[in-house]
Design a protein. Structure first.
Length: 134
């Protein structure tokens, strides 16, 4: 956790996989339609974090993961990811492009002032137990 965020502050944790060796984050990926995140907030003011999947061609999709203080499984439909087209290194979206959980080379977990509005300066934190696909 963090003691709070000043304006425009954030924290990011990244996990990378070696796409060259075909290592995959999710073994059921070809048929998966749902990301399942098991997590909880550790601070009362923490209401969410963002999970971003970065594919091998840098196409990136983000999901807002809503949190409570209780451990729970949050189900996020894969097709409802928001495209990160405002990031300068992300290619333009083409017709038919959609999230592909079989292709991520990086998973980013981020949280910051933009998520919490008036509560941003309060202590923020969350715990993540697992991310899987179904």
């Amino acid at each position: 956790g963090v003691p709070g965020f000043a304006r425009d502050e954030s924290t990011v944790l990244q996990f990378r996989c070696d796409y060259g060796t075909q290592t995959n984050f999710f073994y059921q990926a070809p048929t998966a339609t749902v990301l399942v995140v098991r997590a909880r907030a550790t601070e009362a003011a923490t209401s969410a974090f963002e999970l971003t999947m970065v594919e091998h061609d840098l196409k990136s999709w983000k999901y807002e993961v809503p949190l409570t203080g209780d451990w729970r499984e949050i189900r996020l439909p894969v097709g409802e990811g928001r495209y990160c087209g405002d990031w300068p290194w992300v290619p333009k979206l083409r017709p038919g492009d959609r999230p592909d959980v079989g292709r991520p080379v990086c998973i980013r977990l981020s949280f910051g002032a933009w998520l919490y509005g008036a509560d941003a300066a309060k202590p923020q934190g969350f715990e993540l137990e697992s991310i899987r696909v179904e």
